[in-house]
Design a binder for this molecule. Structure first.
Ligand code: C2O
Length: 623
């Protein structure tokens, strides 16, 4: 039997959906012959549709026009990759001076969209807009003064300091929930902050037709850091305790991989009934322990009645390796980690994409959300996730991973691009003042007055392992894949597993070169109906006859998008939403001893969500 699988569980499911079965090639939609690329034909290197060359095709007249951000969005990422990645390192650092570069501005509160465009159609529409007074006054952020840093603690701990801290949280959140709904500090309004910024409630100030979106890009970590900052300050002020700090859900460590019990007591303010009861059972209700251990690469379609999750130690090991990949293998450059560029005047999701930790965090949302609800509420959809107190604990750990990454980054560059540093958001503070904050002021958590409790990092040595015989020369790679459906034409419609041969522009690079530039796989122009959740897995150089799990080097990653709605209502021109998926290849190729190969074989396995289209796959280099 042949299978490509992320876990013993997925083994079954995979065979059902794709019939990757050696003994029954009839089940396979194409004959074997068709799967094998002809030996004489050189595999084509596929360029993505909008390469940097495209911009040169403009007529001189067009080039003279000051490009408005909206008419160059499709090109910008590639222009910059072109400059930085392909034509030398020095130009990349100068891109701040590109004429059309702009930081993302604050939302225009006076134009807040009701209902937000991305609200699902199957719920009663409502407003996510914050209350605003007639004299809309915005103040600039100032760093807080404090005597002692607030310490955010792991939520599963039960020492006396922690217990005391969590009791304060319960008290403060009760007070927050008791505030009138139109008080910007109320819990109802806190949840709406996420809704407005994440499902199309806002347009960018100065760009009345351009949606503001804080996911799928380098805004993800700073936005959510600010969000937690004000949430925490409001809670602290409600109990008159400036030392109050919110706890974090320590899901990257074995002890923290189940939902912390402080959140599961139905009598606590930290409880939310809209959660998957199998994964996050309310206190004193039964659930199988195996089911309560988080799956950091969760696939909801493998989670059907009758399936048995792996033994705890197996799942924990998978999770730790998955953490290692996201925090080390796929976090070597700041854009790999933070997410790709997204700037003022750009429609979101025109080829910008999430960083490694944002991707991981999406799976967690789906895992917690209640599948009995129409949209996986609360955590399973961005419009509702801020209603679950677990959201803030989940995001505190995401935020902590940013702080941890800064310590691991070593000599690697931090982001110094103006368009990121000067991007800004609006939040209400504990005094109901509307405050404008900038990304640059969020980079150092200590300046904001808090730190994370210092804990061991259990995944730090959890390197992935190759599944197999490691030996690789391109021809052998192909011989090992007699059953593949190889494609060499784009766009690909991802309705079954496909393999693509991707040429490597450089190979056998020195250690030094690898330190300067990371080799990355870029899957570009990923399009789908954004009303539905979508997931596919990406494997590199895997064998047909091996089961590949997340703990294996060949498992490069999973693309997962939560449903986040679409533009309905207004008649403005709709741009198809397109996102991308990029992951570092250097460690993987070393593990598989494939660093001298001319090409790699990339296999895409659709997991759920129909109609995914991909416009190109290529290898790039990133500083
Ligand atoms: Cu704004 Cu976890 O999402």
């Amino acid at each position: 039997m042949v299978s490509i699988s992320s876990s013993p569980l997925s083994l079954m499911s995979f065979n059902v959906s794709f019939n990757f079965n050696t003994s029954s090639s009839l089940l396979y939609p194409f004959s074997q012959k068709q799967h094998q690329p002809s030996k004489n034909k050189k595999p084509k290197h596929h360029k993505i549709a909008c390469t940097s060359n495209d911009t040169n095709q403009n007529s001189p007249k067009e080039q003279e026009q000051k490009p408005s951000p909206s008419n160059i969005v499709g090109h910008r990422r590639n222009v910059l990759i072109g400059l930085g990645g392909l034509y030398g390192a020095t130009t990349l650092t100068n891109n701040n001076s590109l004429a059309f570069a702009d930081p993302v501005p604050i939302p225009d509160l006076t134009k807040c969209v009701i209902p937000p465009t991305g609200l699902p159609n199957n719920i009663t529409p409502f407003s996510c807009c914050p209350p605003i007074s007639s004299n809309l006054k915005i103040i600039d952020f100032e760093f807080p003064t404090f005597k002692k840093l607030r310490v955010r603690r792991a939520a599963h701990l039960n020492d006396s300091i922690s217990i005391d801290n969590f009791a304060k949280y319960d008290k403060a959140l009760n007070l927050m929930k008791a505030l009138p709904d139109d008080d910007p500090r109320s819990f109802v309004q806190q949840a709406k902050v996420h809704c407005a910024y994440c499902v199309g409630g806002y347009t960018q100030k100065g760009y009345p037709n351009t949606e503001l979106q804080v996911h799928f890009s380098w805004l993800f970590l700073p936005f959510h850091r600010w969000y937690l900052y004000f949430y925490e300050r409001i809670l602290g002020s409600l109990i008159n305790d400036p030392t109050f700090a919110i706890p974090f859900w320590n899901w990257d460590a074995p002890d923290g991989m189940t939902a912390p019990s402080i959140f599961t007591d139905p009598n606590s303010s930290l409880f939310d009934p809209k959660r998957n009861p199998k994964h996050v059972p309310p206190k004193n209700t039964f659930s199988n322990y195996r089911d309560t251990i988080v799956d950091l690469n969760y696939n909801k379609d493998f989670d059907v009645p009758g399936t048995i999750n792996p033994r705890p130690e197996v799942r924990i090991n998978e999770n730790l390796t998955w953490m290692y990949k996201q925090m080390i293998c796929h976090a070597k450059t700041y854009r790999q980690f933070l997410g790709s560029r997204y700037r003022g005047g750009e429609e979101p999701l025109q080829n910008n994409c999430a960083g490694s930790i944002e991707s991981l965090h999406n799976h967690h949302h789906v895992w917690v959300g209640d599948r009995r609800q129409p949209n996986g509420e609360d955590m399973g959809h961005f419009y509702s996730s801020g209603r679950d107190p677990l959201f803030y604990a989940h995001h505190a750990n995401v935020d902590r991973m940013w702080s941890v990454w800064q310590t691991l980054r070593g000599k690697r560059k931090d982001c110094t691009e103006n368009d990121w540093l000067e991007s800004s958001f609006l939040f209400y503070d504990e005094n109901k003042n509307l405050v404008k904050v900038k990304v640059k002021d969020s980079v150092d958590d200590r300046k904001l007055g808090y730190v994370y409790q210092n804990l061991d990092i259990p995944w730090i040595n959890h390197k992935p392992k190759p599944s197999k015989r490691v030996q690789s020369k391109d021809n052998k790679l192909l011989a090992q894949r007699p059953l593949r459906k190889f494609v060499d034409k784009f766009p690909i419609v991802l309705d079954s597993a496909v393999s693509i041969i991707v040429k490597r522009p450089k190979k056998s690079r020195s250690l030094k070169q690898k330190e300067v530039e990371e080799e990355i796989l870029v899957i570009d122009g990923i399009e789908f109906d954004d009303n539905i959740g979508v997931m596919f897995d990406v494997l590199v150089n895997d064998d047909d006859d091996k089961v590949i799990g997340v703990e294996n080097s060949e498992f490069l990653g999973s693309f997962l998008s939560l449903p986040h709605g679409h533009n309905h209502g207004n008649n403005k021109k709709k741009e198809k939403k397109k996102t991308c998926f990029t992951r570092g290849l250097t460690d993987l190729l070393e593990d598989l001893k494939a660093d001298d190969d001319d090409s790699i074989v990339v296999t895409l396995i659709p997991r759920y969500g129909d109609g995914v289209k991909i416009s190109g796959i290529e290898i790039d280099f990133e500083e």
